[in-house]
Every structure is written in C-alpha cells, then in structure tokens.
Design a protein around this ligand. Structure first.
Ligand code: 5GP
Ligand code: MG
Length: 177
C-alpha cells in the first residue's frame, strides 16, 4: 500500500483550517474553551488549528486508536485528561476524521463522565457514509468518500503522517505496470 493521488491539497487544508478557526473564535469565549486533540491522528490539525486561533488557547490531548492497517478494530482509549482539567469546562474535541463515529462517541461519554460542562466536535474530515454512531460534528473541513486516506496526521500502520497533502491510499499490486 502507498499514497496515490492527492485528494485534498496542502493549500486547501490551510484554507479550511483558517475557516474553522474563524467559526470557533466567533462561537466561543476562547479563554474558557479547552481543546482536546485526539492523538495521534490529529497531531497536524491540532498544531495548525491552535495557531490559527487568536489569543491564548487551552489545549490538551487524549489518545484513542482503532485501526490496524485499513481495518477498524476494537477502540482503545489509552489516556484521558484528569478530572481537575476538564470539570465544569466547555470542551472541543479536535479530530482528524469522524468515520463510524465510534471514537468520538466514546470520548464524549468519557469526557462527560469526567465532569465536562459540554463537549463539541471539530473534525477536519468527515465520512458521513460510514456513520454508525449518531454524533454531531459541529465544525468540519471536508466530507470525504468511503476511501482510506493518509497524510496530514493520518497514517497507514504508522506511516505517512508527515505528508503535507491528504492522499488516497492505493494498493500497489493493483497498479498498472
Ligand atoms: P471512527 O470510526 O471511530 O469514527 O474513526 C476513528 C479513527 O479512525 C479516526 O479518528 C481516524 O484516526 C481513523 N480513520 C478513519 N478513517 C480513516 C482513513 O481514511 N485514514 C486513516 N489514516 N485513518 C482513518
Ligand atoms: Mg483519529
């Protein structure tokens, strides 16, 4: 498997990040909001988004994983912020992609249990055709078709996160020679 055609370019991503940041800034008191980046996939999006927001931003991370290659497996939440950090706070989950919705749905439950005042979702990419869990994605950059993508934080077995554009992943054996 390797990255194929570019689905979303670096400049399209940068434009979408700015637009999302403008909306978030308009809708919130940023001095109160806690951004919760979902590692590892949101690493690029989180870094760009917080720098596109004005003023001082509170940010923390959670770690959730559910993929082995291109196959979704059981969800594992490896870490969460402390109760002290989230209690009474409005939270914004920052995700690379909402696919089935299972990760975001489990995180909303876990963060609500820790006493968050509210939990909204911001995802750069959205695959509505794959949705299983009913989750509201308040801020999104792009709806993508049901195809596995890599780059800008999104990986295939740990590889390709550092690509600047978002590519479709292609099966090398299917390629014409
Ligand atoms: P869920 O199905 O729980 O909504 O998606 C969970 C996670 O799977 C996403 O946060 C994302 O990290 C990963 N994921 C979903 N679709 C893709 C994809 O096309 N490419 C990559 N690399 N990861 C994906
Ligand atoms: Mg993710």
């Amino acid at each position: 498997m390797r990255p194929g055609d570019i689905l979303i370019s670096e400049s399209e991503i940068a434009h979408a990040v700015q637009k999302i940041a403008t909306k978030i800034a308009k809708d919130h008191d940023l001095s109160d909001l806690l951004l919760v980046g979902v590692m590892d996939g949101a690493v690029c999006f989180l870094a760009d988004l917080i720098r596109a927001l004005p003023g001082s931003i509170n940010v923390t991370t959670v770690r959730a994983s559910s993929y082995n290659g291109t196959e979704a497996t059981a969800l594992n939440i490896a870490w969460l912020p402390s109760r002290e950090r989230v209690e009474g706070k409005p939270l914004l989950i920052v995700e690379d992609m909402v696919d089935t919705g299972a990760t975001v749905s489990a995180l909303i439950k876990a963060l609500t249990k820790l006493g968050a005042a509210s939990v909204k979702v911001c995802a750069l990419l959205n695959k509505p055709s794959r949705r299983v869990e009913d989750v509201t994605v308040t801020y999104t950059g792009f709806n993508v078709p049901d195809t596995f993508v890599v780059g800008y934080g999104l990986d295939y077995n740990g590889a390709y996160r550092n690509l600047r554009d978002i590519h479709k992943l292609i099966d090398a054996v299917d390629e014409p020679t």
